[in-house]
Design a protein around this ligand. Structure first.
Ligand code: BT5
Length: 237
């Protein structure tokens, strides 16, 4: 099981995990903070991380890896399962490739993977007990929390335990990762708009994942494109 270091506050748990990994952290060690003063998303975006309400954790995975690009998928699957376990039975959690956990089109969790010297840090943020008023108004997607979805306060330690159990499971069962992700990925089969830096924007259909976890999008003339990282927008949303 994972060695867990708990902090009252961190700039970002990914920073603390990186520093620990560069010293003596064992493979699979995890940092959890009650509050992040500079929580981040991808591409320099901000991750709103107020104290006392949510889960912010980062797990250290030491390479070498056959497919390092699969690690965000591993984090997303574990986060989806932890969210799913704490939802009312009429709701399901799904994954918007590559890293958003959504319930009814509302973002409840996000994953940020960073690579430092053959070490991958999987950062996971789950909105557990935020209320409607706690969210900033300018988020990219509508957002929610387990508390809003359940109607009452949730036990952060129970959610943490599920995330750690499931991270552990997926680390030990990498061969099942792509099939399971495919099953829970709401992007697949949908029309998407691909808009990546340096590329001509295009629309197409997200048809499958390859063995590296990249998204294969077939454009309107039938050409398949392999998207290894970045965002795709689902149309119509
Ligand atoms: C993500 O980025 O979704 C990755 C979030 C990863 C957060 C964890 S917390 C532990 C670890 N330590 C860190 O510093 N980070 C990781 P992205 O897809 O780029 O989404 C970021 C966007 O989500 C922002 O631009 C906002 O619009 C929106 N956002 C910010 N905070 C949010 C929140 N708490 N809930 C829902 N949406 C949020």
């Amino acid at each position: 099981m994972s060695t867990v270091r708990r902090l009252r506050e961190a700039t970002s748990t990914n920073d603390e995990a990186r520093k620990w990994a560069q010293k003596d952290a064992p493979d699979g060690a995890t940092v959890v903070a009650d509050h992040q003063t500079a929580g981040r998303g991808r591409l320099g975006r901000n991750w709103h991380s107020p104290p006392g309400v949510n889960l912010y954790l980062s797990q250290i995975h030491r390479g070498p890896f056959d497919h390092p690009t699969r690690l965000p998928l591993l984090g997303a699957l574990a986060a989806r399962e932890a969210v799913g376990k704490h939802l009312p039975p009429d709701l399901t959690a799904s994954i918007k490739w590559p890293n958003d956990i959504l319930v009814d089109k509302h973002k409840v969790a996000g994953i940020l993977c960073e690579l430092v010297d053959e070490i991958v840090i999987i950062g996971i943020g789950i909105n557990v007990n935020m209320t409607e008023n706690d969210f900033p108004k300018d988020l990219r997607h509508p957002a929610t929390s387990l508390r809003i979805l359940r109607g009452n306060e949730q036990d952060r330690d129970a959610v943490l335990k599920t995330v750690l159990d499931r991270l552990n499971y997926w680390r030990n069962n990498p061969g099942l990762l792509i099939d399971s992700f495919t099953q829970h990925c709401m992007t697949l089969g949908r029309k998407v708009e691909v808009n990546l830096p340096g590329w001509q924007p295009f629309t197409g259909t997200a048809i499958r994942l390859d063995e590296k976890g990249a998204l294969i999008v077939e454009d309107e003339s039938g050409v398949a494109h392999c998207i290894e990282a970045g965002d795709v927008d689902i149309q119509p949303w």
